[in-house]
Each structure stands twice: as structure tokens, then as C-alpha cells.
Design a protein around this ligand. Structure first.
Ligand code: GDP
Ligand code: MN
Length: 398
């Protein structure tokens, strides 16, 4: 699960990581009012930032520094009425429905700091670089030595000595060192205690010297968090930050019915039970020259209602030119699937070829049900086996 930057900043602030003050708004008027408030409280610089679940906003023109209320209003208008297209969004871009209005800060230097899971090493890892602000992928490609990785102990987490060593390596000096160390330790603690899979601050900055901070202040001015979906049952506060407007609507609907659905780019809609069978179904489709339009696992105990919903989702994708049903009835019963096919046919109608391969529990009853319904579903074809099903559906969409 992803959250917005303004929500990630709230989590950071609560964990004691210094973050400039900010406010989330949803209209141009509210943006104007928020900036007026910042300026009348003494700020001379504000930053308007699009809140979408994608990065690369700076380069795309969706992070804007402003010195007047008029500039702020202009920027808010632009962001709320244009889609943001960045390296991370794909060519269609993302609609912006929320903005963060924050105190702008002067920057002396930008760093990168993140915690994530190193799957190859089976450890949580702190990643940091003195080359912050830009995309870390670019640094990794052009200057991999500039990226430091520190593995976390599974029980003790990040230890103070590790954070200090890293702060020195990154080139923090004087009073910046303790500030950076504190931030690293608090970020690592937050990462563990929130079941995050990514906690990224890019950039972590040092301000120019001020009276209060003669060596500059270390601040987080951007934050990106991802969380483990399977842990959200015990992280209610974070789960409540979920923003459905940022999700693929079909995937959201599937989720409500306990279906694992991932939209893909091909033309063959797949309805399968079990992740392993779903994988091999996609493989065999590709083997026979087709491209799957989705990954859909209705699960081991799918109800007729869930399966009907699965068909609704598949058939609402206009890229789908054919559907392959590949069910092995172990716990799920083939006759229930057959009834769901008929219910879906009545409700949404199969205008595209439908190839059905059923095997397992109650398969004889299921075949009988489908045979009797054949007249109502003229695009339906029964397959003998797995390969036959793949060949037939690939031929049907070719
Ligand atoms: P991203 O491009 O989506 O990662 O958005 P960021 O929040 O990281 O902003 C992009 C860049 O804008 C940062 O790397 C900074 O260089 C700049 N920026 C963001 N906020 C401020 C600010 O308050 N003051 C200044 N001077 N620059 C900022
Ligand atoms: Mn950033």
C-alpha cells in the first residue's frame, strides 16, 4: 500500500524527523488560503506539490517554489487541471486531486536516505547517498560507488554506531552529524514499527547556516512510503490513509471480492484459480503466441458471486478479445464455476470468444450445465485439456 507525501510527512513528524510545516488542500481556493497563511506567518518561500502516487514531480513541473500568493494560485490551478506525466507514470499520466502547500526552505545540499528490504540478502537495509535529489536509479547506474548500503540487524535494527559511521561517510560535519544520526535511527524505527517495505526521504537536505543552526539544519523535504498490505490489519492508522482514487478501479473492485487481479497489456482475459495455475496459464498462452490481458486468481474457495464479479471485471476491459477459463476444481467446485459463467453471460454477455477448460470436483455436472446453456452462449467453446484450451483461445483472438 502506498500513501501520499503529505501523509508520509505526518508519519515522519510524529516519529520526530524534522519536516517543514505543510497542509494538504484539494481546491485552488484552499491552496491560495493556505499560502496566504504561510506568508502571513512569516514565510518568504512556499512550495506547491502535486500529491500523486508517483515521483519525478519536480522535473514534470509539479513541484513549484513560489514567492507570492499569485504565483501559488497559478501553480495550484495548473496542477489541478493538468495530468502529471513523469518517468514513473506512463504516457497517460495521473490526474492530480490533492496538493501539499508547505514552507519552502533554502537548500545547501541534498542527500538520499531510505530503508527498504534487500531481498537478495534477506535483510532490511539502509540506503544512503550524498548525491540526493535526483533519482536514485540514475545514481546507481552512473555512480554506484556513491550509494552506501547498511544491513540492519534482524532484532536490534539500525544501531547507533552504524548510523554514525554512515553520517561520516556521507560527509555530514559538525552539528549536522547528530541531526543526521537521529533522523536515520528514527526513520529505521518507524520503518519497522509501521511494517513499511519502503521509507524513502529524497531529498534529505541541509539548510544554509541560521542563528539556531550554525551548521545548518537537516530536514526531510520529500517522503515516500510503501507498506506491506498483509500487515495493514494491525496498522489501522496507516490503513486509514489509503486513497482509493490513486488505485486502478478494476483492481480495487477485485480486492473487495477477494480476487487477486492484475491488469496487463494483452488481449486474452484469464480466469483461473490458484496463483500457480494462473502463472502457468499465462505461460502457455505466451507459448502459443497469445498475450494475457490480466492475471486473475479467483482463489481456492471462490463463491459464485465472486466468480461472476471476476467476469464483470474481465469483460469491462475493452482490450479483451477472448477469455480463457482454466479451473481446477479442488476446493472450488466446477459446477459453481459453470453457473457463474451462465450468470455472467446473462448479465454482461460474452461478445468475445470464451474457451472453458474445467477439471476436478463436480466436472461432469459442470459440463452438463454448460452444454445445456450452449445455445445462450454461442461464443463458448469447451476445451479438452490445458494445451487445447490455450491453442483454441490464441486462435480465437489471432
Ligand atoms: P519529486 O521530484 O517528485 O521527487 O519531488 P521533490 O519533493 O523531491 O522535489 C523535487 C526537487 O524540488 C527537490 O529535489 C528540490 O531540489 C526541489 N524542492 C522541493 N522542495 C523545495 C523547497 O522547499 N526549497 C527548495 N529550494 N527546493 C525544493
Ligand atoms: Mn523527491
Amino acid at each position: 500500500m502506498k500513501v501520499h507525501e503529505y501523509q508520509a510527512r505526518e508519519l515522519l513528524a510524529e516519529a520526530g524527523v524534522p519536516v517543514p510545516h505543510g497542509e494538504m488542500v484539494q481546491t485552488v481556493d484552499a491552496a491560495t488560503a493556505a499560502v496566504e497563511k504561510l506568508f502571513s506567518a512569516g514565510a518568504s518561500l512556499a512550495v506547491i506539490k502535486a500529491q500523486v502516487h508517483a515521483g519525478g514531480r519536480g522535473k514534470a513541473g509539479f513541484v513549484k517554489l513560489v514567492k507570492t500568493v499569485e504565483e501559488a494560485t497559478e501553480a495550484a490551478k495548473f496542477m489541478l487541471s493538468n495530468k502529471m506525466v513523469s518517468k514513473q507514470t506512463g504516457p497517460d499520466g495521473l490526474e492530480v486531486k490533492r496538493l501539499l502547500i508547505a514552507d519552502g526552505v533554502d537548500i545547501a545540499k541534498e542527500y538520499y536516505l531510505a530503508l527498504t528490504v534487500d531481498r537478495a540478502k534477506n535483510t532490511n537495509t539502509l540506503i544512503a547517498s550524498a548525491e540526493g535529489g535526483v533519482e536514485i536509479e540514475t545514481v546507481a547506474e552512473k555512480n554506484p560507488d556513491a550509494i552506501h548500503k547498511v544491513p540492519l540487524h534482524p532484532i536490534r535494527g539500525l544501531e547507533a554506531y552504524q548510523a554514525r559511521e554512515l553520517a561520516f561517510k556521507l560527509g555530514f560535519t559538525g552539528k549536522q552529524i547528530n541531526q543526521a544520526v537521529t533522523i536515520m535511527l528514527r526513520l529505521a524505527k518507524l520503518f519497522l514499527e509501521s511494517d513499511a517495505s519502503l521509507a524513502e526521504i529524497n531529498p534529505l537536505i541541509v539548510t544554509p547556516p541560521t542563528d539556531d543552526y550554525p551548521d545548518g539544519q537537516v530536514l526531510a523535504i520529500d517522503a515516500k512510503f510503501n507498506f506491506d498490505d498483509n500487515a495493514m490489519f494491525r496498522r489501522k492508522k496507516i490503513a486509514a490513509m489509503f486513497d482509493p482514487a490513486e488505485e486502478n478501479p478494476a483492481e480495487l473492485r477485485a480486492n473487495e471480492f477477494g480476487l487477486s487481479y492484475v491488469a496487463l497489456d494483452g488481449s486474452i482475459g484469464c480466469l483461473v484459480n490458484g496463483a500457480g495455475l494462473a502463472m502457468s496459464t499465462m505461460d502457455i498462452i505466451k507459448l502459443h503466441g497469445g498475450e494475457p490481458a490480466n492475471f486473475l486468481d479467483v482463489g481456492g474457495s471462490a463463491s459464485e458471486e465472486a466468480v461472476t464479479e471476476a467476469f464483470r471485471i474481465i469483460l469491462s476491459d475493452d482490450k479483451v478479445q477472448g477469455v480463457l477459463v482454466n479451473i481446477f476444481g479442488g476446493i472450488v467446485q466446477c459446477d459453481n464455476i459453470a453457473r457463474a459463467i451462465i450468470a455472467a453471460a446473462k448479465e454482461v454477455g460474452f461478445k468475445v470468444p470464451l474457451v472453458v477448460r474445467l477439471e476436478g470436483t463436480n466436472v461432469i455436472a459442470a459440463r452438463k450445465i454448460l452444454e445445456e446453456a450452449m445455445a445462450d452462449i454461442p461464443t463458448m467453446v469447451a476445451a479438452e485439456d490445458f494445451t487445447d484450451a490455450a491453442v483454441k483461445v490464441c486462435a480465437a483472438v489471432a
